[in-house]
Design a protein around this ligand. Structure first.
Ligand code: PXL
Length: 278
């Protein structure tokens, strides 16, 4: 039995199967206590709905952090997802310093772009600050779009090869992070994968799965949550990266046609739990 505590800061999109509404159930299913710090509350996510509400909770963050610090509450891991502003990025450094154990992990999912575009509401200044935050992380989980935006490298959604991926990895490593799990790698039409990179050893390890021909929202959040849960259960970074990839593929496959705003990850949780406990 482990008794690890993960703090995750990201928004609550009340409806839409992303951010905290996937992080909490997935990490909990992994058997890991999950503490949440909601950065904002939206009626839905911003990726396809219109007219959503948005309540910024930035002002609440210092008070919550102060209370935890006073209570001597300390976390084994801080995992950051969708953050709504540069001020919120700045609070992540405070959280790391004040409420994460000295040997605690900082896992950063940039959660700001996909398929060649920034999510609604983000700009170059936010990208620059997110790149800086990634530089202070133990592990970063960018997709290829976020990686290109943060490094200024050319973005290739198609026509990638190992030389291209190596260039992106080296540029990401220069930000200062220790390890990288880069998502959205594809050298063959019917395969998609991740590459795990150790920045000190300069070692890359690829893992490919079948590419399900469907565009799916929220898969990055499902990936990050499963990855974090597996890491906290003592899996190696390679094992966690593979388990999370398999979980996302299973989630996409189990999603009904026409279910456009997220993936039915709930149906894939039993498989994730079985794999974790093997
Ligand atoms: O899945 C990432 C995400 C999280 N939170 C909000 C979003 C998105 C992506 O669009 O809009 C509010």
């Amino acid at each position: 039995m482990t008794d690890k505590k993960v703090l995750t800061i990201q928004d609550i999109s009340c409806m839409g199967q992303c951010s905290l509404t996937v992080a909490l159930p997935i990490i909990s299913a992994c058997g890991v206590e999950t503490i949440i710090l909601p950065s904002a509350v939206l009626s839905t996510h911003t990726g396809g709905f219109t007219g959503y509400t948005f309540r910024d909770l930035t002002e609440d963050i210092p008070g919550i952090m102060n209370h935890w610090e006073k209570e001597s509450i300390r976390f084994d891991c801080l995992y950051t997802g969708y953050l709504g502003s540069i001020t919120q990025i700045e609070y992540v450094y405070d959280l790391k310093k004040r409420v994460v154990k000295e040997d605690g992990l900082l896992i950063v999912d940039p959660a700001m772009a996909d398929n060649g575009s920034l999510y609604y509401g983000f700009d170059d200044a936010f990208v620059a600050q997110m790149a800086k935050l990634c530089g202070s992380a133990d592990i970063i989980l960018p997709n290829i779009t976020e990686a290109a935006f943060m490094t200024g490298c050319e973005l290739r959604l198609e026509g990638q090869d190992e030389a291209y991926v190596q260039m992106i990895l080296e540029a990401l490593a220069k930000l200062g992070c220790k390890k990288i799990v880069l998502k959205g790698i594809s050298f063959e039409d019917d395969k998609i994968g991740v590459v795990v990179y150790d920045c000190a050893e300069k070692k890359a390890e690829y893992y490919f799965t079948e590419k399900v021909p469907k565009s799916s929202h929220g898969t990055g959040d499902c990936y990050a949550a499963a990855f974090t849960g597996a890491m906290m259960q003592g899996k190696t970074i390679s094992e966690a990266a593979k388990m999370a990839a398999d979980f996302v593929v299973d989630s996409i496959k189990k999603t009904d046609d026409g279910h456009w705003y997220g993936v039915c990850f709930e149906r894939a949780l039993p498989m994730l739990v079985t794999e974790l406990n093997k």
